[in-house]
Design a protein around this ligand. Structure first.
Ligand code: SAH
Ligand code: SF4
Length: 412
């Protein structure tokens, strides 16, 4: 049964969205994560979030410390008030110092926090060890159909993105680099701490819908999911990975035995239009993408989502709606329609309400299961990539992507 109410054009569900630009070339392999990050730590220093137990034990052996200290160190990872090893009081100062030199306690620090949605959404700019910044969003909401709460964190997997969708702010930046797995896990830790500070959380759901293409940062994506499942106890079923359609990597992901939900950012039902909206389509056209997505659903048993950023006069025709409904039927997928969030430098925007309703009606008439999403948090520079862009305009963000000193407001 169709579930969307086309009258409720600006829907209730909140999601992390984003925005940016046009880069014709498409990266086909993981751009490197940095060799090092952290406060002046040397290259190759392991990060606690992704260190496995054996490596931690080896490190303690090297330092001549008892192995039971491993549990003290690990238990600090998800403590809401501990942001550095120096705060782990069970550890003697001598041990804290020595361990601190050998591993990075965290790789992502909150550099800016903007609240939205009456204090239920927090848009964070996280500073990584090399000074680059990524956006992370923490959202608290009521769990659908229950009285319980859910807290969702939306993470970034890259600084920028090489795909260059012309409606997306992150694409406008181009690609600086991919994140490390620990940098993704540490965004979740930072967001969990912010939620906790505001009396919200714990984190129950994760979405890989922040800056970047998660399947171009494959190691960071799969590595962070494994760490988060293991150390934060988040079920893969509560994790959604959104992709612009890197078909070979979808096939690889299907073999990882990690039944995460896959969201395909479709945005167009014909190759002609999709080549323009998602330039990656030129490398992996629709038939290849739909084949890989169908295979993913079959192997993992997970229902797919199809994302559709609805752009007035661009992909809101009834023909596109009919094509989308056909694809949704073929893949037995849920459809998420997201009215486009305006971005600087693009003339495009959401359709007018009548065109939006007509598009939804056409989908519903064809039997599609549809949700309309609203980014919310307009005050918080809603879509991913936008907060960063806004800070850049205010010159908090330096041209090389690192964060500069906060600007003083003019008096008066
Ligand atoms: N790169 C991945 C994941 C991050 S983008 C992907 O493209 O799927 C997450 C979602 O936000 C995608 O569906 C993307 O198309 C959408 N999005 C990007 N810019 C947007 C905008 N300006 N308005 C609405 N949705 C947008
Ligand atoms: Fe933006 Fe995703 Fe397109 Fe990259 S792939 S430009 S993050 S919408």
């Amino acid at each position: 049964m169709p579930r969307a109410d086309p009258g409720r054009w600006r829907g209730a569900a909140r999601e992390c969205r984003r925005v940016p630009s046009y880069h014709g070339d498409v990266a086909t392999s993981d751009p490197p994560a940095p060799a090092a990050s952290g406060k002046g730590t040397p290259a190759g220093v392991p990060a606690l979030s992704t260190l496995d137990r054996d490596d931690l034990l080896r490190l303690l052996d090297d330092l001549g410390e008892p192995r039971w200290r491993a549990r003290q160190i690990e238990s600090a990872v998800w403590q809401p008030f501990i942001t550095e090893l120096a705060q782990v009081r069970q550890l003697p100062a001598r041990v804290r110092e020595r361990v601190d030199q050998r591993l990075r306690f965290t790789t992502a620090a909150v550099a800016s926090e903007v609240a939205a949605d009456r204090g239920a959404t927090f848009k964070l700019l996280c500073r990584l060890g090399d000074g680059q910044t990524v956006e992370t969003v923490a959202m608290e909401s009521r769990a659908r159909g229950t009285s319980g709460r859910r807290a969702t964190v939306c993470v970034s997997t890259q600084v920028g993105c090489a795909v260059g969708c012309p409606f997306c702010a992150t694409g406008q930046m181009g690609l600086r680099r991919s994140c490390e797995a620990a940098e993704v896990v540490d965004q979740v830790r930072a967001a969990a701490q912010v939620l906790h500070r505001h009396g919200l959380g714990p984190v129950t759901h994760l979405v890989y819908m922040g800056m970047g293409e998660p399947l171009h940062a494959y190691e960071a994506t799969v590595g962070s999911i494994r760490s988060l499942v293991r150390s934060a106890g988040i079920s893969p079923r509560r994790i959604t990975v959104s992709t612009s359609g890197v078909a070979p990597r979808i096939e690889r992901l299907a073999g990882e035995k990690l039944p995460v939900t896959l969201a395909i950012s479709l945005h167009a039902a014909t190759d002609e239009l999709r080549d323009r909206l998602v330039p990656l389509n030129r490398a992996h056209p629709l038939e290849e993408l739909l084949g890989a997505a169908g295979g993913y659903a079959e192997i993992t048993g997970r229902r797919l989502s199809l994302e559709w950023c609805l752009i007035g006069g661009v992909n809101d025709s009834l023909e596109q709606a009919a094509g989308l409904a056909r694809i949704a039927r073929r893949l037995r997928a849920h459809v998420n329609v997201i009215p486009m969030n305006r971005i600087e430098g693009s003339p495009w925007g959401p359709p007018d309400p009548a065109a939006g309703r007509a598009f939804l009606n056409r989908l519903l008439a064809a039997g599609a299961v549809v949700t309309v999403r609203d980014t919310r948090g307009g005050e918080a520079e809603a879509a991913c990539g936008q907060l960063r862009a806004a800070l850049q305009r205010r010159r908090h963000l330096l041209p090389d992507g690192t964060l500069g000193p906060p600007q003083r407001r003019a008096a008066g």
